[in-house]
Design a protein around this ligand. Structure first.
Ligand SMILES: NC(=O)c1ccc[n+]([C@@H]2O[C@H](COP(=O)([O-])OP(=O)(O)OC[C@H]3O[C@@H](n4cnc5c(N)ncnc54)[C@H](O)[C@@H]3O)[C@@H](O)[C@H]2O)c1
Length: 315
C-alpha cells in the first residue's frame, strides 16, 4: 500500500504544539500531536498543513520540512490527500469538515473530540459520512491504547456482571474532559449504558458534583476537582468485580469485590506518551477495512448525553 497522504487542519496544541518546546523543536520521546504522529508513522506522509494563523505555520517550518502549508483556502485548492485531520477549535469542526468535503469529496477523516459543537452538529457529520461512504475516526484516543484493548479481551472482564456504579473524578468540563470517560464507558459497556432513551434521575447537581441514577439500578457520579492534575480517575463497580482506571488511563486494575487485584493492565509511560501514534496505527489498519460507523455513533451518543445532563435539574 502506498503511503497515506495527510492534511492537518489546525496547528494548535493537539495539532502540533504539545510536541514542541519553546524554541519550536520537537520534544523527544513523545508523540502527542497529529503532525508528529504523521511524521513518525511509516505508512503516512505529511502532505499539507493549514491554519488561519500564518504565524503558526511560520513557527513550525523547521520541523515540518518541505510539507506544503497555507490557509485553509490555499490548501483546499490543491490535489486531494487521502486523510484530513481536523484539529481546529470545536466550534469550527463542522464548518471546516464541510469545506473539506466540498473540495475533496473522496477524503477520509480523523476529527478531534468532541466531534461537533453540539449533538446536532455531530449528527450532521455522521450522516454526511454515511451518505458519502467516507471513513471517519474520532480522536478519543484511550480506547485505542493496548491496556484497554487487553482489558476487553480478558476472561475476568467477560465475567464482570452488571454495572452498578461509575465514579469519575477529573478537572475540566463535561465536554472537554469527562467526554473521554464517557467514551470509555461506551467502549466497555455499549451505547445503551448512556443512551438517553434510558431514564436518568438526577440525585444531585452542582458545579462540583453530578449524581445520576440510571433506571434506578446504576449510579453515575461525576466529580470535578479544582486542581488540574493528569491523574484523572474512574472506577466502575460491577456485580462481580471493580475496575479502576488511573494515571490518566495508563493503568487499569481489575479487582474482586473485596478489593483484591485479579488483573493489572498497564502500559509504560513511554507507550502512553506516544498515544497519538497508536491512534494513527489503528487508523491505518481500519482504512483497509469496510467503514465502521459504531465508534462515530458512540461519539454522537456522548454529545447527546452531555446535552441531556446540561438540561437536567435536580429533583
Ligand atoms: N483528544 C484530546 O485529548 C484533545 C486534546 C486537546 C484538544 N482536543 C481537541 O482538539 C481541538 C483543537 O484543540 P486545541 O487545544 O489544539 O486548540 P488550539 O486553540 O490550541 O488550536 C486550534 C488551531 O486551529 C486554528 N484554527 C482556528 N480556526 C481555524 C480554521 N477555520 N481553519 C484553520 N485553522 C483554524 C487556530 O489558529 C489554532 O492554531 C478541539 O476540538 C479540542 O477539543 C482534543
Amino acid at each position: 500500500m502506498s503511503k497515506i497522504k495527510v492534511a492537518v487542519f489546525g496547528l494548535g496544541k493537539i495539532g502540533i504544539e504539545y510536541d514542541l518546546d519553546s524554541s519550536y523543536n520537537w520534544i523527544p520521546n513523545q508523540v502527542k500531536s497529529h503532525v508528529k504522529a504523521v511524521k513518525d508513522s511509516i505508512g503516512f506522509e505529511l502532505t499539507y498543513i493549514a491554519d488561519i494563523d500564518i504565524s503558526k505555520l511560520n513557527n513550525v517550518k523547521e520541523v515540518t520540512g518541505d510539507t506544503k502549508y497555507g490557509s485553509l483556502e490555499d490548501i483546499l485548492n490543491l490535489q486531494a490527500p487521502d486523510l484530513a485531520i481536523i484539529s481546529v477549535p470545536t466550534p469550527e469542526h463542522l464548518k471546516v469538515f464541510n469545506l473539506i468535503r466540498s473540495a475533496w469529496p473522496e477524503v477520509n477523516y480523523l476529527i478531534e473530540k468532541p466531534m461537533g459543537n453540539s449533538y446536532l452538529e455531530a449528527i450532521k457529520i455522521l450522516e454526511t459520512a454515511v451518505a458519502s461512504k467516507r471513513k471517519i475516526f474520532i480522536n478519543y484516543f484511550r480506547r485505542y491504547l493496548n491496556n484497554f484493548q487487553s482489558l476487553v479481551q480478558s476472561y475476568s472482564f467477560a465475567k464482570r456482571g452488571d454495572l452498578l456504579e461509575v465514579f469519575i473524578c477529573a478537572s475540566g468540563t463535561m465536554k472537554n474532559t469527562f467526554s473521554h470517560f464517557l467514551d470509555l464507558i461506551i467502549f466497555l459497556e455499549g451505547q445503551h449504558i448512556i443512551n438517553t432513551n434510558n431514564s436518568f434521575t438526577v440525585i444531585n447537581k452542582s458545579s462540583q458534583k453530578i449524581i445520576l441514577d440510571r433506571n434506578r439500578n446504576c449510579r453515575f457520579i461525576f466529580e470535578s476537582t479544582i486542581t488540574r492534575n493528569s491523574d484523572f480517575y474512574m472506577s466502575m463497580n460491577y456485580d462481580n468485580c471493580k475496575i479502576v482506571i488511573s494515571k490518566n488511563g495508563r493503568v487499569i486494575d481489575l479487582m474482586n469485590t473485596r478489593g483484591v487485584s485479579i488483573e493489572h493492565f498497564e502500559i509504560s509511560l513511554e507507550e502512553f506518551n506516544n498515544y497519538q501514534k497508536t491512534v494513527l496505527s489503528r487508523v491505518y489498519e481500519s482504512l483497509k477495512l469496510p467503514a465502521d460507523y459504531e465508534p462515530i455513533k458512540d461519539a454522537v451518543c456522548i454529545q447527546k448525553f452531555i446535552e441531556l445532563v446540561d438540561l437536567m435539574d435536580a429533583q
